[in-house]
Design a protein around this ligand. Structure first.
Ligand code: TYD
Ligand code: MG
Length: 463
């Protein structure tokens, strides 16, 4: 319904965070970005698309008397995806899958749509950005086929709603929310008002008709197109699909989940034939042949609740500058500086005239302090031309006085190292007496200080 011009009131909406104000401002007072406020038509109650919403008219019921539908969850056919969702999709839920453009969101959802439909559910994939034949082309490339997956190329919300009501699918995928517009809102598709209102309408649709809806949302750095941030509080679950566009692995990470934990991650590999699940992620990041080199160290880090072994490399050499450069890829820069400071002060190693480069193999980003000891040993072994024993994994946070501090999920890290055939693991002193014996086939060495770690696992280079 077009909006009558005489009664039209406008407001200014920040396209980055959704902040609203009655007059133009150069800088958004809420998120601080410049030039992101755009004028949008304010809707009266009658015009507001909210008036289309279906009323749910349930009686209040006692919690003990509410029955749980056992078929409430179903699988996406991808174990990694299911785990992140907390054991599959919940019937009647609204999930937001957010990620950078080109990261593989459409691929992931097309693959899971096919799996879901082959498990006996009717599914409608709304391709708002592509034509049906483009989607078909991708499905062909991925070798997918299904007899209950409907592709609908449309970006008008009212038409989508009509077809959902007619077709009565169990699952609907909206690719993407930024391309959808509702007739009731005058601003362009992709504006904060449009994506917020369309998401609200989809939420109603999902709850009133018990349809599982997955919305794709592009994360954008510039403020012109509203990002999924403004939707996060509305939907049931928010999942981020991330990774380096130039690397093949992708990580699915849950940021919000009304039906489960947010700790899990799923790891995929983008290949010629679509996304492949990585069930043993450590193998993706390890290159065991190269470990017997000064500066190469294997650490056990955590991705969600899953342990992951990764290789850290350091390169230390005389600098051509007045003071040494520090470059850190994959490990927090300030953390690296702190580790170098501890090494200089507590171990008396002078690195001020040395360049120090740190790199995490495979393009992983490690954000936890448990990698500290590994980084320290990588720097040390490279500076002194010695090696950490191959078949050894390093875990531990370093305190400012050079002490090794406890880390979380230690048992899982030890088990992962042992599973992948490592013979020794260096850990902080945190196991209870007797616990060490639980780990068979791997030597567990507890250390209190960096020096203990050095004497436990650092040796001369063997030919
Ligand atoms: P796509 O799912 O279209 O990304 P998004 O929907 O998040 O924007 O995937 C885009 C990239 O994935 C594209 O650059 C090509 C790559 N790709 C593969 O490497 N293998 C494949 O089988 C497919 C379908 C895509
Ligand atoms: Mg896409």
């Amino acid at each position: 319904m077009p909006i009558k011009s005489e009664k039209t009131k406008t407001k200014w909406v920040c396209q980055n965070c959704g902040y609203e104000t009655s007059k133009y401002l150069g800088k958004c007072p809420d998120c601080g970005s410049w030039g992101t406020l755009a004028e949008e038509v304010e809707l009266t109650v009658k015009q507001n698309a909210a008036s289309q919403r279906a009323l749910r008219d349930d009686e209040p019921s006692l919690i003990d008397e509410i029955e749980i539908d056992s078929s409430i969850r179903f699988s996406t056919g991808l174990e990694e995806f299911d785990r992140v969702l907390g054991n599959g999709l919940v019937q009647g839920s609204l999930t937001l899958l957010a990620g950078d453009p080109g990261i593989g969101k459409s691929t992931l959802l097309l693959q899971s749509s096919c799996n879901i439909s082959n498990n006996g559910k009717k599914i409608m994939y709304v391709a708002a950005e592509e034509s049906s034949s483009q989607v078909k082309l991708r499905a062909k490339r991925l070798n997918l086929s299904s007899d209950s997956l409907y592709i609908y190329a449309q970006n008008n919300f009212e038409l989508i709603k009509k077809h959902i009501t007619d077709l009565k699918p169990d699952v609907v995928v909206i690719d993407s929310i930024q391309a959808i517009y509702s007739n009731d809102i005058t601003s362009t598709a992709g504006s904060v008002s449009q994506i917020r209102e369309c998401t609200n309408l989809l939420m109603d649709l999902s709850k009133s008709q018990n349809i599982t809806i997955i919305i794709i949302g592009h994360v954008t750095k510039d403020g012109n197109i509203a990002g999924p941030k403004v939707l996060e509080h509305m939907v049931d679950s928010v999942i981020y699909f991330e990774g380096d566009k130039y690397k093949s692995y992708r990580i699915l990470r849950c940021m919000k989940n009304r039906f489960g934990t947010t700790n899990e991650v799923g790891i995929f590999n983008m290949t010629e034939d679509g996304l492949q699940q990585v069930t043993n992620p450590s193998e993706l990041f390890l290159n065991k042949e190269e470990t017997n080199t000064p500066g190469n160290v294997i650490i056990a880090t955590n991705e969600g609740t899953r342990p992951l072994l990764v290789e850290i490399q350091a390169l230390v050499g005389s600098t051509a500058y007045p003071s040494g450069r520090r470059v850190s890829n994959g490990v927090d820069y300030n953390r690296t500086l702190q580790i170098i400071a501890v090494l200089e002060k507590r171990l008396g190693i002078n690195l001020s005239k040395q360049d120090v480069y740190i790199n995490v193999i495979g393009g992983m980003n490690i954000n936890e302090p448990a990698a500290d000891l590994g980084v320290a040993l990588a720097i040390l072994t490279c500076a002194r031309d010695v090696v950490v024993d191959s078949d050894t994994v390093i875990v531990g946070e370093i305190g400012l006085s050079g002490e090794i501090r406890p880390v979380n999920n230690l048992e899982k890290r030890i088990i992962e190292a042992q599973k992948l055939g490592f013979k020794k693991i260096i850990i902080p002193k945190q196991l209870k007496s007797g616990e060490k014996k639980n780990f068979k086939g791997i030597e567990v060495v507890e250390v209190k200080r960096i020096l203990d770690a050095i004497s436990a696992c650092v040796n001369k280079v063997t030919a």
